[in-house]
Design a protein around this ligand. Sequence first.
Ligand code: C2O
Ligand code: CU
Length: 528
Amino acid sequence: RASEEKAARLQDVPYTRLCSSKSILTVNGKFPGPTLYGRVGDTLIVDVINRASENVTIHWHGVKQPRNPWTDGPVYITQCPIRPGTNFSQRIILSDEIGTLWWHAHIEWSRATVYGALIVLPKEGDAFPFPKPSAEIPIILGEWWKSDIRQVLSEALQTGSDPNASDAFLINGQPGDQYVPHQNMAKHTNNVMNNIMFFKIANHNLTVVGSDAAYTKPFTTDYVAISPGQTIDILLEANQQPSQYYMASRPHNIAGNFANTTTTAILVYIGNYTAPSSPPLPTLPNIDDASSANNFTASLRSLATTDHPIDVPQKADTELLFTLSVNIFECGLNESCNGALQGRFRASINNVTFVQPKIDILEAYYKRVTGVYEEDFPGNPPFQFNYTMEFVPRLLWVPQNGTRVRVVEYNSSVELVFQGTNILGGTYHPMHLHGYSFYVVGRGNGNFDRATNPSGYNLVDPPLQNTIAIPRNGWTAIRFKANNPGVWLLHCHLERHVSWGMEMAFIVKEGTSRDAKMLPRPADMPKC
Ligand code: C2O
Ligand code: CU
């Protein structure tokens, strides 16, 4: 079992984008941060050394970390912050993930600049279930604000309104960049903070072969829709006239006045040709094209072959229904809320707006500290109504603040249905679960109906994901086996929604056998 030692040094470094400079938080001075490589089954050790001026934590997005919630990274869920001048050695235990994942800071909005790709290759000697690519190129979609990211967040929280839109979308840290492909495998990672993104390369088809570090049935498309947190592995065949072609990315927005810019990079063929003065640009789906976004998501299927079987729970021991909503908090039951938006934005799951505790939930659970969290996170919406009707009265649903977790039995099969709501107009939510990949067994429009919808589930080749965009006006059902004991965060991967409280945590109990227990607590856990 290979093991690699790496150090991640957090430091503030000046960077210039869009003709404007600022100091940003980086890993090893790089933006985006270094690409981390591993093979299936490896354990990587990363020494996180904080030499910056602010608190940090690092999360390995999509790595299940079997029995090892200790170094998962989300602040005040599994650890306290790594303070300036201190270190934390993190073990990244790869199990069956294969393909592209990524890592990012998991405290406030620091992931705006602290992120990088994590590529998990097959075991030595194992082949890909597709022709071996001649190169692997991570393409990371990101976002840039000219102002300090801490400033953007604190202003938004102070006013209680939408954060300022970013100034540009980025491809690999640049509003423009160049690639040298041959037959290349593009590994897409989406670190955009607040939008689903469309991506396309002029004149080229893309073959999707994996998502969230699981193989998918290959399908060919001319565009990609990728939600924050998601990763997609794509084969790109450089089979066009040797020349230069633009790739481009822009957001899919259905609500809010968020950034609407297109960012481009250039695909450059090697060879003898005269570079065109204006390479062809791809035509991206329209910004409000929800069906292109939904159709792409619905096209993902597990590979599900004898060599790469799936293991989807055929029935569920626990059935949960979670509504997702953006709410207005402080207007309470005051009639004046009815007209213009007033009060402050909050976001909630089953009407609970998550409040960060002062010490991390894992520590409190492990040391049996009381008063940090309650174990009563509701398994069903506290009120039932027509979740997706066009005009939900704004006063219908005012969320409650709380640090509430849901306790799940070891090895039970969990079915979790996310229900989008139309409170305040509604939007999609890319929901991400730590510690697990889950099978996306069903999705549909309107209100979920337990009596009829489960008969339409796909239990044959559902995609295995760690992040799934829940459509506006619809629901999505996921299943997973709770075989990873620990404390695991579930949250929307739109950063503004997290800041407004759209998160909760599961505590998955330990089983009785030795390999059903959490690994020992590392001695260097950051102090609270
Ligand atoms: Cu990509 Cu909780 O994170
Ligand atoms: Cu959301």
